[in-house]
Design a protein around this ligand. Sequence first.
Ligand code: C5P
Length: 214
Amino acid sequence: MSGFVIAVDGPAASGKGTVAQGLATLYGLPYLDTGLLYRAVGVSAQRQAGGVGEASATAAAQALDPALLDDPELRTRAAGELASQAAVFTGVRAALLRFQRDFAAQGSGAVLDGRDIGTIIAPEAPAKLFVTASPEVRAERRWKQLSGQGESVALADILADIRLRDERDSGRAAAPLVKADDAVLLDTSVLSIEQAADAARRIVETARANWAKA
Ligand code: C5P
């Protein structure tokens, strides 16, 4: 039997990163924020070619420097936008696929979060969560996060970003954001961080008991 893999998907600022990190700590599993890979591709295409087009983004994905993943610029609002532009290209997704699949396949098991973990990267994962929240709640969370980082943006602009990203991520042909049939939906709109973590833990405990029996 391979390791226990937890796939966490959901739209921007849904709380999936916090939930996934909490699960990784709880179960002692390595964690990969796959959004960071797309952010790195978008930022590097922007730096090297002055923008995100199919050729520049695919080249950036094929030559991705892992050191870039620690760059604080990846956490900015602009990087999120560049990431979602780069993520529509099949060449970009193909270039990032092996790394993510290898991460999921390590013997210890793993936790990955993103948009297509339960559907494309790790469709066999024994535990799948689809974390969501209303656009208004997500905008407020992202606004707080960006303000905390010293980036001043109007809440209404963040809400517009979120709606645009939802539309682009869900509407694209390549690996669109969609809940896997066997993923458990976790709506965090009215939950505190602790409540969301607790609900996620209960979902994963059930999946783990079934996995151990299999
Ligand atoms: O999760 P985060 O907001 O950092 O992701 C940035 C963008 O990267 C998303 O809006 C999405 O377009 C893209 N992405 C993706 N597939 C993933 C992770 C992120 O397409 N597995």
